[in-house]
Design a protein around this ligand. Structure first.
Ligand code: GRF
Length: 198
């Protein structure tokens, strides 16, 4: 299966996917890496010899035009799967129209709790004792799509956002590689609310 990975951040999830995909027998290959800003993800792609592209919102008159441009570039790699690994932009209607049902996102909380850009901070502020990582399908909402996998991470009394996020990311890196492999070999069956690997 061909995968296009989208990232905006440090790209450590991307890095772990690139590593997983380099192992013999891994059922998916990273066809390209896309970013929406200058970020270390590009260097990870470069290092792995994977093509990369940048489609920045600021280079377009509006979000709709950006969304179409992003979908066009991604489509050029004919991906079976698109993975948002710390991509900090909401994918728009044109993108969802093209790739809906085969876009995965990782979220650093146990959805449906604490969606949005500050899942770790919000969980800490609420005082939950357990949070974790969710891999889900992307739909039109913010972190609302069908859940594919989740794993719990305990909150420690002395946790701060950075420390807790790092422990969650250790889980996310493995979970994402496992889910991509499962989707690549078994596909996904989803009724729009629930999703399972057949
Ligand atoms: C991860 O925690 C992911 O769940 C969230 O952004 C973070 C990406 O981390 N959406 P990195 O940039 O791959 O290190």
């Amino acid at each position: 299966a061909a995968v296009v990975v989208l990232a905006s951040g440090t790209g450590s999830l991307l890095r772990s996917l690139l590593d997983a995909a380099a192992a013999p027998g891994y059922p998916a290959r990273i066809a390209a890496v896309g970013v929406d800003r200058d970020c270390p993800a590009t260097a990870h792609a470069e290092q792995a010899g994977v093509p990369h592209f940048r489609v920045a919102l600021t280079d377009f008159p509006d979000r709709a035009a950006w969304d179409v441009a992003l979908a066009d570039v991604v489509a050029a790699y004919s991906p079976d799967l698109v993975v948002s690994a710390g991509f900090m932009k909401i994918l728009g209607p044109a993108f969802l129209e093209r790739f809906g049902g085969r876009i995965l996102n990782t979220h650093p909380a146990l959805l449906p709790s604490f969606p949005g850009a500050h899942g770790v901070r919000d969980a800490l502020a609420y005082g939950v004792k357990v949070t974790g990582s969710t891999v889900h399908l992307v739909d039109a909402g913010v972190d609302t799509g069908p859940i594919l996998a989740q794993e719990a991470v305990s909150v420690r009394p002395d946790d701060d956002e950075a420390g807790l996020h790092e422990r969650i990311k250790v889980v996310e890196r493995r979970l994402l590689a496992e889910v991509v492999a499962a989707v690549a070999t078994r596909g996904i069956v989803s009724d729009g609310r629930k999703a399972v690997f057949p």
